[in-house]
Design a protein around this ligand. Structure first.
Ligand code: AMP
Ligand code: GLY
Length: 427
């Protein structure tokens, strides 16, 4: 079966790498892919975002010409824009939800409304479409708040405010200055929760839910969770933060009710449902839902996944999840993100990368590419998050040490990484 993977990050490299291991996998294409995906498949120039008739038709035509039967959509923007809806054809499989289901990520006001309807534990919140009403509400509140642009803002639309003034400034930036355009016209203001963050990803086939092993992301740029937010500086899996009992609670109180509530609304969820949770003193509470695989959480998940990802994806699409065999390598996997100098601010591209082969000489190490490109005979940087260095270990400490050692062997001008991925659960 020929496959097209939409996206260009470490998540897409990891998914493609795992799909390629399936006996049924034929040719695999990536649009647009990166220097890593070019080694396992073929990168093709097919714009998937914005989603419009021209772009969707080009993808559709490519798939017909190349006998592509499975399309895997990685990022949120094309899902929210309805790419899965537009590509539906007889005999074609599409992994990823339709726009009506992806709205759970693309519209935080809608997500809150659905969570309320389903009695899902989440932060208390109010939604505003009028800036003055939002500012009046903030004036009357003394508790710390989080201000969120309701729409998609490339992961930058959330401000955890340390003062009332910061909350006021954020509302003004989002709603009056419109720094995120339409995405910030509606704003959700919610109570600040305290606790450890947890990522729980589940496969959903419309009816059945299969919960994947829990992981923990590290969104802040610097060690000890300091500095600005990023797209994610590392993740490890599994995390000892949750036991089986707590995972069952999350399944019963969060995943099942949201999927059921959507279905009652006529929305069938198919693909990955990602719950970002805060483990508070009062139990787990939902921070956000995403409609896709997490990045970088997917990279350690794929390294540990035992089973045929192609078969698992087809079962997810066809309502057969109850029949598939999914298990996990008992080792822990730690994924460390190597970033460009200056990221998440401005950074230069085109820096030559060396040492990847050397790092992968350890059979427990796998390096996924994110922002990379082929530059003549070299591999060079092409984005802020450049490489995702994954390592397996008997425990998290060993996995982290091996991942860090692998990063030490890799070099590019300005490159840096957090050496403390997983520190919150380590002694
Ligand atoms: P979100 O995109 O909604 O997950 O928000 C991005 C990040 O902001 C989360 O990963 C948390 O670190 C933080 N955050 C979001 N909502 C809250 C909240 N209610 N309380 C504290 N931190 C939050
Ligand atoms: N790791 C956070 C995300 O994928 O949104």
């Amino acid at each position: 079966m020929n496959i097209l993977v939409i996206g260009s990050g470490g998540r897409e490299h990891a998914l493609g790498w795992k799909l390629k291991q399936s006996k049924r996998c034929g040719k695999i294409y990536f649009a647009p892919g990166n220097a890593g995906t070019a080694v396992i498949g073929e990168n093709v120039d097919l714009p998937a975002d914005p989603v419009n008739t021209k772009n969707a038709d080009a993808i559709d035509w490519f798939c017909r010409q190349n006998d592509v039967e499975l399309i895997v959509i990685g990022p949120e923007d094309p899902l929210a824009g309805g790419l899965a809806d537009r590509l539906q054809r007889e005999g074609r499989y599409i992994f990823g939800p339709v726009a009506a289901a992806a709205r759970l990520e693309a519209d935080k006001a809608y997500a809150k409304q659905m969570m309320r309807a389903a009695s899902i534990p989440t932060a208390e919140s109010r939604t505003f479409t009028d800036a003055n009403a939002a500012l009046t509400y903030l004036q009357a509140r003394d508790e710390p708040v989080v201000v969120k642009a309701a729409g998609l803002a490339k992961g930058k639309g959330v401000t955890v405010c340390s003062s009332k003034q910061e909350a006021i400034d954020t509302v003004n930036q989002f709603m009056v200055d419109k720094v995120f355009g339409e995405a910030g016209e509606t704003v959700v203001i919610e109570e600040q929760l305290v606790g450890q963050e947890l990522s729980v990803l589940a496969l959903v086939d419309g009816q059945n839910i299969f919960v994947l092993d829990p992981s923990q992301d590290h969104k802040q740029a610097h060690e000890g969770d300091t500095g600005p937010n990023t797209g994610g500086m590392g993740a490890y899996c599994p995390t000892p933060l949750v036991d089986d009992k707590l995972m069952s609670t999350i399944q019963r109180e969060v995943l099942v009710p949201i999927v059921d509530t959507l279905r009652r609304d006529g929305v069938v969820y198919q693909g990955v449902l990602y719950a970002g949770l805060m483990l508070t003193a009062g139990g787990p509470k939902v921070l956000e839902f995403n409609c896709r695989f997490g990045d970088p959480e997917t990279q350690p998940l794929m390294v540990r996944l035992k089973g045929d990802l192609l078969q698992i994806m087809l079962a997810t699409i066809t309502g057969g999840l109850h029949k598939v065999d999914i298990s996990w390598d008992s080792h822990c996997c730690c994924c460390v993100v190597m970033a460009s100098g200056g990221y998440p601010g401005s950074y230069e591209k085109g820096k030559v990368i060396t040492g990847i082969k050397d790092a992968e000489a350890d059979p427990d190490v796998k390096v996924f590419h994110a922002g990379t490109k082929q530059q003549g005979a070299d591999i060079a940087t092409a984005g802020g998050r450049v490489l995702n260095v994954c390592a397996l270990g008997a425990d998290l400490a060993e996995a982290q040490a091996k991942a860090n050692a692998a990063c030490e062997k890799i070099d590019f001008e300005g490159g840096w990484y957090r050496k403390d991925i997983g520190y919150r659960v380590m002694k």
